[in-house]
Design a protein around this ligand. Structure first.
Ligand code: GLU
Length: 544
């Protein structure tokens, strides 16, 4: 046994060897070209839209190549962990149909042979690797106080790309003798394990990133922490080990990890493992009030939290389609040309993530959502609405069940036609959008100077109100318009506007405002028919 091996044994007596561990993780038996991807969130109890964006890319790459998509919970930072977080993550993913092939539910089932899928259950593995690196002279114990060690690394990392670090900067623990280490261990001092970097911080390494293209970056020269002083791994150490053992072929992660790539590269090399392909996907931005691009943040933007879309009652397909559009900019065109095609028929290319900064724009999402909802039948809308209400608007559930037929009829206004109306984009807006179907309007979009004419028209209309069929209804409106001095023929009105108070459209607008409170609404006849003659008369009387 050489000195390094002796040191490894002193730090980590006994335990499994890396060779033994590797045997537990045989190469996956997949067809050529099949990719293995993973979604690896920290269990913070919150899923950021940007993380979900990654999961979508992961899922698409795996599914389209006939590979495997798995979920790994990166819970090495216990301070940030929230109990039940992994169930939240799983339920969001499942809700969107982004279902991992392999996963583990805390205290429950494990699906897949490459687990444990919680990093906190893999400490034995990380320690075996740390031991191996110490034995090979590629890592050393560091006895600096925890904060000292970490702060030191953080500071150096920040300096990394501006100044070169020489070996003298490196921590003194790197040069401790075996005897000094032994004395520290005997004195019960805690230690972390750090990489004994061979880099000088001057050479550059190149690699292909599938989102960024060819990347040239300074190699690592930092003695980064591999195991913290509680002997749990850092992300930097767990990543090369887990992704190798679990057979990941493509790592999709946020571009904030790009500066750490050189460190990962050095660890992969130290372990003698082949690196996966990398896609460092751009972070998602949005516009602030001033129209400037800013990062979509949990603190400022409710839509950064995936639960927002459920609460608001967005259809899942709208969210998925919008994110697909951000990932592959050709999606929009494809959708235009294939308006009724199944979403999955779009040839999503995870290796061609749009290079531009993705901007999350609610208006765009709403448009996509309007389009999708406009294609649903009233019955389908009702089912969605009820499902949403059961979770997020419980006070309305009884009403929706009791008045199912009426609600479906409301939903059917201007729907199931070749040019359906496109104003509904989330279920939470249903009661507000159609408030006039559930009670009299509380305000009216009528200008002060028009109020007396408005009232005159409504008075006259009581006599002409007829809801038998659309033609008679409109004929009556026209008759009344003529009587009140409005043009019933638009061409004639355009020719001699001075002869009239306005045209029949103005009269319709007054009736519309009376019934709905608004200048714009879906088909007025349909609304009035649904309300029924009695309610309409009641509204008119009230206003007059
Ligand atoms: N746990 C890391 C994160 O949430 C994962 C990064 C990765 O996918 O490798 O950012």
């Amino acid at each position: 046994m050489n000195k390094n091996q002796e040191l490894a044994e002193l730090l980590f007596p006994g335990g499994k060897t890396v060779e033994e561990i590797e045997k537990q993780y045989p190469k996956r038996n997949l067809k050529t070209g099949a990719e293995v991807t993973r979604f690896a969130p920290s269990p913070t109890g919150f899923m950021h839209l940007g993380n979900f964006f990654q999961a979508l890319i992961d899922y698409q790459i795996a599914k389209r190549s006939g590979g495997v998509f798995y979920l790994r919970i990166e819970d090495t930072d216990r301070k940030r962990e929230i109990s039940g977080a992994s169930s939240i993550i799983m339920s969001i993913m499942t809700g969107y149909g982004i279902i991992p092939d392999e996963y583990e539910l805390k205290g429950g089932v494990t699906v897949g042979d490459y687990g444990p899928y919680y990093q906190s259950e893999r400490n034995e593995i990380y320690r075996a690797y740390a031991k191996k690196l110490v034995a090979e002279g590629y890592a050393f114990p560091c006895f600096c106080r925890k904060t000292e060690g970490l702060e030191d690394i953080k500071e150096k990392r920040e300096k990394k790309f501006s100044t070169q670090i020489t070996n003298e900067d490196k921590d003194v623990c790197r040069n401790l003798t075996f005897e000094q280490i032994e004395a520290n261990i005997k004195a019960g001092k805690k230690f972390a394990i750090r990489l004994k970097s061979k880099g000088d911080g001057k050479r550059k390494i190149k690699f292909k990133d599938y989102a960024k293209g060819e990347v040239e970056i300074l190699e690592n020269c930092i003695d980064a922490i591999l195991l913290k002083d509680d002997l749990t791994p850092t992300y930097n150490f767990a990543h090369p080990i887990d992704d190798t053992l679990m057979g990941t072929t493509v790592v999709v992660r946020g571009e904030e990890w790009l500066p750490s790539y050189p460190l990962h590269d050095e660890i992969f090399n130290a372990l003698g493992y082949k690196k996966p392909k990398y896609i460092h996907n751009p972070l998602i931005y949005t516009f602030n009030e001033k129209g400037n691009k800013i990062k979509l943040s949990k603190r400022k933007h409710p839509e950064a939290d995936m639960r927002f879309f459920d609460k608001e009652g967005y259809v899942k397909d709208a969210v998925i389609e919008y994110l697909t559009n951000l990932a592959n900019s050709n999606f929009e065109n494809w959708r235009k040309n294939n308006p009724n095609a199944d979403y999955f028929d779009f040839p999503f290319d995870g290796f061609k993530i749009t290079a531009n900064t993705p901007i999350f724009d609610m208006v765009k999402l709403n448009d996509i959502s309007k389009e999708i909802i406009s294609k649903m039948t009233a019955e389908q809308c009702y089912e969605h609405l009820l499902l949403w209400a059961k979770e997020f608007s419980t006070e309305n559930v009884n009403y929706l069940i009791k008045e199912k037929d009426y609600v479906i009829k409301i939903l059917n206004i201007d729907r199931e036609k070749s040019k359906p109306r496109k104003d509904l984009y989330k279920w939470s807006m249903f009661f507000e959008l159609f408030d006039y179907m559930f009670g009299k309007p509380t305000s009216y979009e009528i200008d002060d100077n028009e109020k007396s004419e408005f009232s005159k028209v409504l008075k006259a209309y009581k006599k002409y109100l007829n809801l038998n069929d659309k033609d008679t209804w409109f004929e009556n409106v026209k008759k009344m318009s003529a009587e009140l001095g409005y043009a019933t023929d638009n061409a004639e009105f355009k020719k001699n506007p001075e002869k009239y108070k306005g045209n029949v459209a103005k009269v319709c607008e007054y009736i519309r405002i009376a019934i709905t409170g608004r200048k714009n609404s879906p088909d007025l006849f349909e609304i009035m028919t649904l309300l029924g003659k009695e309610r309409v008369l009641d509204i008119l009387n009230d206003l007059i």
